[in-house]
Design a protein around this ligand. Structure first.
Ligand code: ZN
Length: 69
């Protein structure tokens, strides 16, 4: 059993399950899905970063981007 982490973009208004912030298109968010019961939690970019779901990645060409794991 594990968690599935899906990076996505808010299409309508979504509320972050951690800080309660409302996310609007085109903000990115992370959906953490529990594979056991199918329940999911949504986190805004800030909370994703704090929880370690969003990590900066160094690309080959030296550019730094953030990527959802
Ligand atoms: Zn949040």
């Amino acid at each position: 059993m594990g968690k599935r982490i899906i990076g996505s973009v808010a299409i309508g208004a979504l509320v972050c399950d951690a800080c309660g912030k409302t996310m609007q298109y085109p903000e990115r968010y992370v959906l953490v899905c529990d594979e056991a019961d199918g329940e999911g939690e949504r986190f805004c970019e800030d909370c994703s970063r704090k929880k370690g779901y969003l990590k900066p990645m160094k690309m080959d060409w030296g550019e730094e981007v953030e990527s959802f794991l």
